[in-house]
Design a protein around this ligand. Sequence first.
Ligand code: ZN
Length: 313
Amino acid sequence: MIYQDTKRLEQEEKRIGIEVIHHLREVDARKLFASLKYSSLFLYCTEELSYSEGGAQRRISTMRLLRDVPEYESKLKEGAVSVSTLSRVQSFLVQEKRRRKKTYSRDEKLELLGKIEGTSSKQTERVLAIVSPQSARIEKTRVLNEEETEIRFTVNREVMRKLERLKNLLGHKSKAQSYAGLVEELADLALKRLDPLGESSLKKSDLAKNAENSPSLPPMEMGKASSEKHTRYVPAQMKHLVWKRDQGRCTFVEPKTGRRCESRHALQLEHVRPFAMGGASSIENLTLHCVAHNQLAAIQAYGLEKMQQAFGV
Ligand SMILES: [Zn+2]
């Protein structure tokens, strides 16, 4: 009968869904996505496995929550909770940590899950809003057209006070009197200060010219300084040159296909020959890596077990 077959297939689908989550856990623990060109498990899921962004996020969040409360795997199988509910709870827990610095113990997680078990998604939202209205709110971005994106988020009184103070300080700039304009001004100010490719990272000097003429060759005095003393310290100018040479992108290249990681997010300077193994802080020995490829390099240099002990990766 067709409805029996459909029921059987639905059960099978659930079982496979859980199997996929098991595999994602392994791929995450061993940073296997990073051996390909991906800087995150999320990119691996959307690009390599072709999941939608929402689908990837739901599976990853569920995987993270089930790691702490494995007993909910059988409840997922029985249909007492869904992947959507579990992933929603996990994002709520992340917001609780970010916004209220609250970390839930395993028992607290179980207690919260107990409250939402068997409820609809609307009821789940209600329960979360009672526990913490602030963390239950979802940040939203919506692309309006090619030029504009709408961002909706909530700030607390303290942040609001800071924003008002900044408006006053930037009072001479009429643009900064709207929140969108203020964010633009602040973005410019922050980038000037933080972007290693920005002007302020390189004081008036001809180092930039040197970099353009021969990007891989350090100026003489810098090479000397780093070879004389084995130090992790990387001067701002050297950082600027490495950033410029690597075009502000992770330099990891997938060995099989030659595809380069495209991440520009949270890049770190990394010693190609590890510092602990005598690698110098020189332009030739420094490269840009995203967090995942930094961890992968460490796993390759020191072994997975040691890295898990050290960083819980
Ligand atoms: Zn990378």
